[in-house]
Design a binder for this molecule. Structure first.
Ligand code: GLN
Length: 543
């Protein structure tokens, strides 16, 4: 029997609902339960794939190729459970389905309405693919009281009735602000937010209260009284030094016990939190520090590189070092002499990205790393630009470029439709076939070269990693580049798509066409990030 936990937010956005959901999932796992997490997003985009990273943060890609909300990244990082397409829904997707059904005439002349058609579709999504797990955690995006969240709130209200007694609970996250002038914490916004929820028939079982200051018992009692929630179920959530200390903090405040109590489940035995305690110990007691430069394009908003940032932290956890990250706009390296900025860093990472802006700066950064023996990690666009740099400056292909930015006669990086093979024949896949002209999304396998650095790092020669890109390094250049000293140490199983390039004569220079950051976990740091940070540590000791 799958039990449902609905997680809503009130007062303001950005309180950390995703982190609360992920942490609660981790705590239930630590008590031996199986969990899945889902995100229900009220916005009208069909998926976040087309939203600017500046608007909505990173697009998180799942194994099955879904472009989803970045909260799914938190869920995976905290629980290790791989998300699927069926774990993220938006109003846009729901309306798209309903309207196409309506156009097909599936409603047999009936009037199509928010209740029941939209709410039924939301319920269907929440109930799908339960796979016999113990707890399904459903996070509702937005804030209670938002116009666009209303159908979702109504759907989860109905669902709690449909599921029957004891099968679901509501957890509501609010803010308890501190008014410096009055020297007081204020509970009124929480009271109003819960009143909003109760007016639509939802009585929260647990209140989680974000606050910058400890919440005195008197205020907990007040919220318990006015919000109709037992006093022990008012859980304070103070700011944490690291997101990875949040599960243990929530446990210390009694969150997991309150959840089990609300379901009438036994809770006398505590959870096994050793995994989280080890991670916290490694973060709080580092044995050294390194500084790496991330040369990117959306450096103004950390959420745009959420998984990357976390994978870097995991690389630090693996090596027991603190990693300082200098986020640098790639464009700055297009000016003469600016590259000297990179002289003080221990390693350089060029992440994924789209569009021409800053690409010559990324190429300059790759060249600097190659020539100065600084560890270099190129991810997706960062791998493509390192390959273009190697083609220009190692293999003498002066005009090397990517057809993403301008027309190329023989692109080093191009659409699969444009490929010229090694034997001179032209790759003829069309826009309609699998990969041509569309994004390569989700998990693809790669075969690694025996004896290569990456085979050593992974400890195996067959891997599966997640992709999100439209362009590929042209297999027609493999021979020329290998002669110049680049090793293509990872290829697609059919040998047509370069997946990894490395420089054997360099301390650590690896470019990957996929996004390893999406699969890194604090308790299982991705081997490439662990190895990259180790190389940064070695470099820092050399200089
Ligand atoms: N813009 C490049 C492509 O589409 C790289 C994408 C990426 O870095 N995710 O192939």
């Amino acid at each position: 029997m799958t039990r449902y936990i609905f997680i809503t937010g009130g007062v303001v956005s950005s309180l950390g609902k995703g982190l609360l959901s992920a942490s609660l999932g981790a705590l239930l796992q630590a008590r031996g339960y199986s969990v899945r997490l889902r995100k229900l997003d009220p916005y009208l985009n069909v998926d976040p794939g087309t939203m600017s990273p500046y608007q909505h943060g990173e697009v998180y890609v799942t194994d099955d190729g879904a472009e989803t909300d970045l909260d799914l990244g938190h869920y995976e990082r905290f629980t290790g459970v791989s998300s699927r397409q069926s774990d993220n829904i938006t109003s846009g997707r729901i309306y798209q389905q309903i309207i196409s059904k309506e156009r097909r005439g599936d409603y047999l002349g009936g009037t199509v309405q928010v209740i029941p058609h939209v709410t039924d579709a939301i319920k269907e999504f929440a109930l799908a693919e339960q796979d016999g797990i113990d707890f399904m955690l459903c996070e509702i995006g937005g804030t209670a009281g938002d116009i666009e969240a209303a159908p979702f709130m109504e759907a989860i209200r109905q669902l709690s009735i449909d599921l029957g007694k004891g099968r679901s609970i509501f957890v509501h996250l609010t803010l308890v602000p501190y008014l410096a002038a009055a020297g007081e914490l204020k509970t009124k916004p929480t009271q109003h937010s819960v009143r909003d929820l109760r007016s639509i028939g939802i009585q929260p079982d647990i209140l989680v209260c974000r606050s910058e200051h400890p919440i005195p018992d008197s205020e907990r009692r007040k919220m318990s009284l006015y919000c109709n929630v037992s006093e022990t179920a008012v859980i304070p959530a103070l700011d944490a030094s690291s997101i990875y200390s949040v599960p243990v903090s929530y446990h210390n405040e009694g969150l997991d016990i309150e959840v089990l109590k609300a379901f009438g489940l036994a809770h006398s035995q505590g959870p096994d939190l050793s995994r989280w305690e080890d991670i916290m110990d490694r973060i709080e007691n580092p044995e050294g520090e390194v500084t790496i430069a991330v040369v990117g394009k959306y450096t103004g908003l950390k959420d745009a590189y959420k998984s990357l940032n976390e994978a870097i932290v995991h690389g630090g956890i693996a090596n027991r070092v603190k990693v300082n990250v200098e986020w640098i706009e790639a464009e700055v390296f297009e000016k003469a002499d600016a590259i000297a900025q990179l002289e003080n860093v221990d390693a350089i990472l060029v992440p994924g990205g789209f569009g021409k802006r800053g690409t010559e700066g990324k190429i300059a950064a790759a060249r600097f790393a190659r020539e100065r023996n600084v560890p270099y990690f190129g991810i997706c666009l960062g791998m493509q630009m390192a390959t273009v740099e190697a083609a220009r400056n190692m293999a003498g292909v002066k005009e090397a470029g990517s057809s993403e930015f301008e027309a190329q006669t023989n692109p080093v990086v191009g659409l699969i439709t444009e490929w010229v093979r090694a034997d001179g024949s032209v790759e003829t896949r069309t826009e309609e076939t699998d990969l041509g002209g569309t994004m390569r999304l989700g998990a693809y396998e790669a075969v690694l070269k025996e004896g290569s650095k990456v085979a050593d790092i992974y400890g195996k020669t067959q891997i599966s990693e997640r992709h999100r890109h439209r362009y590929e390094v042209n297999v027609g250049f493999v021979e020329k580049l290998e002669k110049a000293g680049v090793v293509f140490s990872g290829m697609s199983p059919d040998g047509e798509l370069p997946e990894i390039v490395e420089l054997p004569d360099h301390p650590w220079f690896i470019g990957v066409q996929f996004h390893p950051e999406l699969k890194s976990k604090p308790f299982a740091p991705h081997p490439l990030f662990a190895s990259f940070i180790k190389a940064a540590v070695t470099h820092s000791r050399l200089v």
